[in-house]
Design a protein around this ligand. Sequence first.
Ligand code: SF4
Length: 494
Amino acid sequence: MSEEISEACGVFGVISASERSIFRIMYWGLLSLNHRGQQSYGFTSLDNGVFHSEEDLNLIPTDPRTVEKLEASLKGRMGISNARYATSGGNGITQLEGGKQPLVISDSNRTLALSYNGNIVNASALRSELSEQSGPFSTDADTEVLCRRLLGDLEEFRGDYRKAIGHVLDTVEGAYSCMVLDSSNNSFHAFRDVQGIRPYCFGKLDDVIAFCSESPALDINNFQGLDYVRPGELISVDGRGNLSRFQIREAKPAMCSFEFAYFSRPDSILNGTDRPVYKIRERLAHSLAETYKEKLGQIDLIISMPETADDAAYGMHEATGIPWERVVRKNRYVTRRAFISQNGERDDVIDKKVNIVSKIVEGKNLALVEDSIVRGDTSAANIKKLRKSGAKSIHLFVSFPKIAYPCLYGVDMATYGELIGSKFSAEEIATKIGADSVNYQTEEGLIRAIGLGDNSLCMACVNGQYPTEIAREIVQHNGHENSKEKISKRVYER
Ligand code: SF4
């Protein structure tokens, strides 16, 4: 995708049963998940009942002095971490500071540190309920909602994690791949919503166990035995590294299909699929090639906008035999910050960031492969550039189906206003963005390429069929109105 849609966090947690320092494992693991959140990062370690935390806004640091300071501070044999993108609360500095994870929070019995990936759909209602019970909140992030719910439930069930997590799963709706450290007994706990919307896996290296959002964070640390936290499951690990698994509630799997098409790393293996994500992206393109056989008969050249759609473009080349050329190249040193002060300067940044080798595209009928269209503005800017470079015709092939509904589960497309697909047909979108045609993936093609079956996937942003009840009510209630006020706010924060 050329529009850089963001996710709500990557998580990495580690428990060592020996004296082995956990910081380096946690650092490399979280760094490999930085694509899932770039607004803030945080590490919390637990050292014999004492928490140490380091966090800041921005990307995970890579300069040696800062990293050495982190290592010196983060002592202990258990740690959790988070790379965050906010899909709840505001985006001002104060709110982002308050939303940094892991969140460390106490009551009279215990202190918990919590890090999670996802989004709580009923956060507003829970916030009101919990503030009545135990006083005002100190942040506007839904992490505090989840943390306070868990603390309250642990108190009610006298520290019984199975019962407490059962109540969390029954009352907190949304996506949450969650990890918790408990200083009262030096324990680690991983749990996941019953739909298992966001990815969550774990692996082992000798006497070390690590849990994280995506498998490359384990690969990079040479961990073995990739396994998954199941939807509705609690996995607890004590200070000696003993791991216990409990299926707390029945799984109702609805894994985010967008993770496969766009969001996850191409080298991830998600949720027990038998192939890496990049192979699934190639299969998505095979399906497009099958669906649009006739139209592809007129194409001279396949191109992709840089990086994220390359695997799909290769898949289309593989399926059709049409040449694929990487004629579009990105200058990674052009950032949004330079000279950005006015509306409309976004196009200018794209113009300076992306270069096209005109000599190759001149006079050609192009298949431009994209992984998805959200707002459509970047596609429009890219197509304009391709036209200037002399392309004869530009047909857009999109490996994810048309996105027409907001996401309530942690991908930052939560307003109708930003979704071009909520208002226009493929033909109208083609006219708006200046393409000769827009050709979307079918729902069946998406399901087939992922290979998990249609009963195991969330495709709510495509077909409006939300896998959770309150989400269905929110969307129905807030409707698909055209009032400016309604379409500009996240649907779950109205
Ligand atoms: S609505 Fe779309 S982006 Fe959100 S979880 Fe479902 S499939 Fe993923």
